[in-house]
Design a protein around this ligand. Structure first.
Ligand code: FES
Length: 782
C-alpha cells in the first residue's frame, strides 16, 4: 500500500507523487490526470472503449477512477488473473447498480417487490459452481446442435422481409428480434411481446450498468419492476408444467433434485437476467460485427468469397469489437494486480474490450485480421469459472447471421450515419445500424439456388484448419535438381501476411485433406509474396509430387498460415545452424537474419551432391567462411558427434533435415544444456490413438471448477471441448504447440514433439491434442 509521501517509482506505483496533487485513491496514492478524467459514460468510451483506454494499457494499466469509485484494470494478463481468482476477486457486485438511484426510484422498485438477487454471474463459491454444474448440460456443444435449424430459419425469414428494399436498419429489423426469439426458445419461455421485452432489457441494462439522470430513474425503475413481475409470472406458469425443452424448465426440474442449489430466489432472478443475457449480448455482438466488417470492406469481401472464414472472423469481431466491454469484481482482501496494490473492499471495473486490444497478447491488436490465429483468446466471454455459459449459442447465431448476410447481401454497405450507444459501462452495440444496397444486384435474383448453400457451423471448436487463403502462383523456378521455388502472391495485389524466420505455410495439394507444410524461404521484409522451395520426393506422401506435377505460374492455390513453430531466438550468444537437403529452407532465412544482426554463427549444410542442394551459390556469397558444405558425392560427410562433442556455452543449435539426421543430432547433443537444440518437425512421432492401449483419467480444471473424465478413446482436447472449454488447436498431432495447456499437478505422458526435454521434466505444460496423464488424474490451469 502506498502513502502520499512515497517517492516516484516506489515499488507498486508508477506515479510520480511529488508532481501531482490530489485527488487520491483509497490507498492515499495520487491519481493521475488521465485517471481523474476517466468516465465510462463519456461518449468517447461508448464509441470505442479500447481506444479510450489506450493510455492506460501503455502507462497506467491499473488505476483508481475517482469519478466512478472503482479501480480500473486494462491489460490482458491482469484481467485474466482477476477472472482466474474468483475468491480474492468476488463477482458479487456484478449486478449491483453502478450508479446508486434516488429514494423515489428505489420506492418504485420496492413497490414491485423487486428483489433481484444471486444469478450465476454474481454468485460466490462454493454455491456458484454447485449450481453451474447442475445447470450446464444444455449449453454443451452437443446439446446446442438442435437449435441450429431454428436459427437458420429465422435468419432467412428476417432477411426475406427487407432484401428487396435496398435499405434497412439491421438492429431494428433483424438483430434484436431474432436473438430474442432464439433466447426465449432456448429458455423455454413462450414468445412474449417482443417490443416490451426489448424495452425492459434496455431498462435493466441502464438500471444496472448505466447512469440514468434523476428524471429518468423513475421511468427506468417502473420498467425494471414490470420486468421483474413479468419474469415471476412466466416462472409461475412454467412451474405448473415444467416438462419439455428449455433451460429454465430444465432448472425447475433440477430444483426437485437439488433444492438447496437451485433455489426459488435464483430461478426468479435468473428468469429476468437470463432473458437479457441470452439475447442482448448476441444482438449487440452481431451489430458490432457487421459494422466492423463493413468498415473493413476487404475482410467483408473475403467472407463473401469464402464462408469457411466466418467462424474465425466471428472470434476476431468478438475480440476487436465485442459486445461485453467490461465487468465488475470486488476485492475480498488486499491484493496486488500487476504492479499495483489494491485494498480490501475495492471495486474493480475490468475492461475486457481494452484487454482484447492489448499488444502484449495480440500482435497488431488494432488491426482487423479475420485469420488471426489467437483471436479466440479474447476475453469478451470472460474466463474461468464464470465464463459465459451461452458463448457457443452466441457463436452459432453470429456465424449463421454472417453467413446469411454475406451470401445474400455481399454488396451491402454502411449508410451514412452517426452511431449511438446506450450509455453504460458494460453492454455495447449500436442502437441502429443502417445499411444499403442495390436490390437489382441481389445475387439470388440471378441464382436462386444459392439460397440452399449452407456452411457448417463450428461451435466449441477453434481450429486453424479452416483459415484458408487463396494465392496466385507468380513464378515457379527450378533452383536445384528436383527442387522448385514457388513465389506466391495475393490475388488482389495486397500485401501478404507478415512472417518471421522459421515460419511455414500449409498448402492444399489438390484437396483439402491433402495439406502439406513448407517452410518459407524468401525475405520476411518482402510483403509482396511468400516463397517456398519444394523437393520432388519419390518417397513423399503425395504432396511434393502433386506440386511438381501440377503447379504452374498463374495457378491459384489455397494456403494456410504463415505460422511459426520454429522460432529463432535473436538473443542467443552463438548459433550453429545445421541443414540437411531441403531442410535448408528455414535455416537459410535464420542464417540471413543472424548475419543481419551481426550474430556469431556458423552454418553446416549437407546433401547428396551440389546439384541437389538448393541455394548453394547464394549461401556462399552471403556467408563466406561461415558456411560449411558437405556434398556426399565429393566425399565430405557431416560428422555430428565430432561437431557437437563439446557442449558450448550460450550456444543454440537450429536444425532441419531428414528424420535420420535429426535423430543423430539429438543423440549428439545429449550432453548439451537443456533447450540448446531446436529442431523443425514436420512429422509427428506418435501414432493415432489406440483405445485398447490407453486408460481413462480424470482432469481437474482449477480455473473452471470442473472435473472431467477423459475416456480411453478420447483426447484431452476432445474432452475439454465437450465441456465447453475453449482450447485452440492446429495440427492435432503434437507438432505445433497451439493446444498447450498449463499443468498444475499430476505426471504427464508427453507425446508431442514441441516441448524440450527440460520443459517435459518441468511438468507444467502439455499438449492437449495428444498427451495424456501417466496416472489417474491431472490438474490443469483452465
Ligand atoms: Fe498442434 Fe496440439 S494442436 S500440438
Amino acid at each position: 500500500m502506498h502513502t502520499p509521501s512515497s517517492p516516484a517509482g516506489a515499488a507498486g506505483c508508477p506515479i510520480d507523487h511529488q508532481a501531482l496533487s490530489p485527488p487520491r485513491s483509497p490507498t492515499g496514492c495520487p491519481v493521475s490526470q488521465q485517471a481523474a478524467q476517466f468516465d465510462p459514460f463519456d461518449d468517447a468510451y461508448q464509441q470505442d472503449p479500447p481506444e479510450y483506454l489506450r493510455w492506460a494499457r501503455q502507462q497506467e494499466p491499473v488505476f483508481y477512477s475517482p469519478k466512478l469509485g472503482y479501480w480500473v484494470v486494462s491489460r490482458y494478463d491482469d484481467i485474466k488473473a482477476v477472472f482466474r481468482d474468483n475468491i480474492t476477486f468476488s463477482p458479487s457486485i456484478a449486478l449491483e447498480k453502478i450508479t446508486p438511484t434516488g429514494d423515489e426510484a428505489n420506492a418504485v422498485l420496492a413497490s414491485y417487490n423487486y428483489a433481484m438477487n444471486r444469478t450465476l454471474v454474481n454468485e460466490d463459491e462454493p454455491a456458484h459452481m454447485a449450481r453451474r454444474r447442475v445447470l450446464m448440460e444444455p449449453f454443451t456443444p452437443e446439446a446446442l446442435k438442435h437449435h441450429e435449424p431454428l436459427v437458420r430459419r429465422l435468419a432467412r425469414e428476417y432477411v426475406d422481409r427487407f432484401i428487396d428494399d435496398g435499405r434497412a436498419d439491421l438492429v431494428d429489423q433483424m438483430l434484436w428480434e431474432v436473438p430474442l426469439t432464439i433466447a426465449l426458445h432456448f429458455l423455454g419461455v413462450p414468445e412474449e411481446d417482443m417490443d416490451l421485452l426489448r424495452k425492459y432489457s434496455i431498462a435493466h441494462t441502464v438500471n444496472t450498468w448505466g447512469r440514468p439522470r434523476p428524471e429518468e430513474q423513475v421511468a427506468v425503475a417502473h420498467a425494471v419492476g414490470n420486468f421483474w413481475q413479468l419474469a415471476g409470472q412466466i416462472l409461475e406458469k412454467m412451474r405448473r408444467d415444467p416438462s419439455g425443452p428449455g433451460w429454465m424448465k430444465y432448472g425447475i426440474r433440477m430444483q426437485a433434485d437439488y433444492p438447496d442449489v437451485v433455489t426459488d430466489s435464483y430461478l426468479h432472478s435468473m428468469m429476468m437476467a437470463g432473458i437479457v443475457a441470452a439475447h442482448e449480448t448476441t444482438a449487440n455482438a452481431t451489430a458490432n460485427a457487421v459494422k466492423l466488417l463493413l468498415q473493413h470492406p476487404g475482410a467483408w469481401h473475403e467472407l463473401c468469397q469464402d464462408p469457411s472464414l466466418i467462424p474465425n472472423a466471428v472470434e476476431e469481431c468478438l475480440r476487436h469489437n465485442g459486445s461485453v466491454a467490461a465487468w465488475r469484481r470486488l476485492a475480498t482482501k488486499a491484493a496486488r494486480i500487476g504492479e499495483v496494490d489494491i485494498p480490501a473492499g475495492a471495486k474493480l471495473l475490468i475492461v475486457m474490450s481494452s484487454a482484447n486490444h492489448d499488444e502484449r497478447h495480440f500482435t497488431d491488436a488494432d488491426m482487423v485480421d479475420i485469420r488471426r490465429d489467437n483471436a479466440s483468446d479474447h476475453l469478451t466471454f470472460g474466463y474461468g469459472a464464470h465464463q459465459c455459459m451461452g458463448k457457443n449459442l452466441a457463436r452459432m447465431e453470429l456465424q449463421i447471421f454472417l453467413e446469411e448476410l454475406t451470401k445474400r447481401l455481399p454488396h451491402m454497405r454502411l449508410a451514412e450515419q452517426r452511431f449511438s450507444y446506450v450509455p453504460n459501462t458494460s453492454f455495447r452495440g449500436p442502437e441502429h445500424l443502417w445499411v444499403e444496397w442495390d436490390p437489382q444486384a441481389n445475387p439470388e435474383r440471378q441464382d436462386p439456388a444459392l439460397l440452399q448453400a449452407t456452411s457448417p457451423v463450428r461451435i466449441g471448436e477453434t481450429s486453424h484448419h479452416v483459415l484458408g487463403r487463396t494465392v496466385r502462383v507468380e513464378s515457379v523456378t527450378m533452383v536445384a535438381q528436383d527442387i522448385a521455388r514457388l513465389r506466391l502472391a495475393a490475388l488482389d495485389g495486397r500485401a501478404m501476411p507478415r512472417w518471421t524466420p522459421g515460419s511455414h505455410i500449409d498448402i492444399e495439394c489438390g484437396a483439402p485433406e491433402l495439406s502439406r507444410q513448407y517452410s518459407l524461404c524468401g525475405d520476411p521484409a518482402d510483403g509482396n509474396a511468400l516463397e517456398i522451395a519444394v523437393l520432388r520426393d519419390p518417397e513423399s506422401r503425395g504432396g511434393s509430387r502433386w506440386v511438381h506435377a501440377n503447379v504452374r505460374p498463374g495457378d491459384l492455390l489455397t494456403i494456410r498460415g504463415p505460422r511459426n513453430h520454429f522460432r529463432f531466438d535473436e538473443s542467443a550468444g552463438k548459433v550453429i545452424f545445421i541443414a540437411g537437403g531441403i531442410g535448408i529452407t528455414p535455416i537459410l532465412v535464420m542464417a540471413r537474419r543472424a548475419r543481419e544482426l551481426g550474430m556469431d554463427y556458423v552454418l553446416h549444410y549437407a546433401g547428396r551432391s551440389r546439384a541437389t542442394m538448393a541455394f548453394v551459390n547464394e549461401l556462399a556469397a552471403l556467408h563466406g567462411k561461415r558456411l560449411h558444405l558437405y556434398c556426399k558425392d565429393e566425399g565430405a560427410r557431416l560428422d555430428l558427434p565430432a561437431l557437437l562433442d563439446v557442449p558450448q556455452p550460450n550456444t543454440q543449435v537450429y536444425a532441419c533435415g531428414p528424420v535420420r539426421m535429426l535423430e543423430a543430432l539429438q543423440q549428439a547433443c545429449a550432453r548439451w544444456p537443456e533447450d540448446a537444440l531446436r529442431i523443425e518437425h514436420f512429422h509427428a512421432s506418435t501414432s493415432a490413438l489406440d483405445p485398447a492401449k490407453e486408460h481413462a483419467f480424470e482432469v481437474e480444471l482449477k480455473d473452471s471448477g470442473l472435473t472431467l473424465t477423459v475416456a480411453p478413446e478420447q483426447t484431452l482436447l476432445t474432452a475439454l471441448r465437450a465441456a465447453n472449454i475453449d482450447v485452440q488447436s492446429d495440427c492435432c498431432e503434437g507438432l505445433c504447440g497451439s493446444c498447450e495447456v498449463r499443468v498444475l499437478s499430476g505426471a504427464v505422458d508427453h507425446r508431442d514433439v514441441v516441448l524440450t526435454r527440460a520443459e517435459r521434466e518441468a511438468n507444467n505444460k502439455m499438449m492437449a491434442c495428444c498427451s495424456r496423464a501417466v496416472g489417474g488424474r491431472i490438474v490443469l490451469e483452465l
